[in-house]
Write a protein that binds this ligand. Structure first.
Ligand SMILES: [Zn+2]
Length: 131
């Protein structure tokens, strides 16, 4: 079943093929990054002009390549948020760490949070249910 990752602001599809395409801004460099649609897989692709500015522990600003909206999560500014649309499933939220090298991803539905990545333990899942 096809998973569609969607911008929460403009509803633009961010994985027209397989990988999720986001705009990344380190403060020193901007570029497109390709992320895996598989939660917990932290492999990424980007151009060397961006990659040389990616440093462990630094926060990256992720933006939608369609509408340029900031993807910072409302629940926690250290996370970025996307929507996950799948046929015959309610819309879920996918939130992942904006800190380079921190591996934490959450797939959030009405009544459940699935955590992925070895750094996910540092987060309080209760935060994800805030109004
Ligand atoms: Zn957008």
């Amino acid at each position: 079943m096809k998973k569609k990752f969607v911008c929460p602001h403009c509803k633009g599809v961010l994985n027209p093929n397989v990988k999720i395409i986001l705009l990344a801004d380190t403060g020193e460099a901007r570029g497109l990054v390709l992320l895996s649609p598989q939660p917990g897989n932290y492999k990424y692709l980007c151009d060397s002009s961006l990659e040389k500015h990616l440093r462990h522990g630094e926060t990256i600003d992720f933006a939608c390549p369609v509408c340029h909206a900031d993807l910072m999560a409302a629940s926690d500014p250290s996370l970025a948020a996307l929507e996950l649309h799948m046929e015959s499933h309610p819309v879920r939220r996918v939130e992942f760490s904006r800190v380079f090298g921190t591996h934490a991803t959450f797939v959030i539905s009405e009544d459940e949070v699935d955590a992925y990545g070895e750094d996910a333990d540092g987060y309080d899942p209760m935060n994800f249910f805030g109004a």
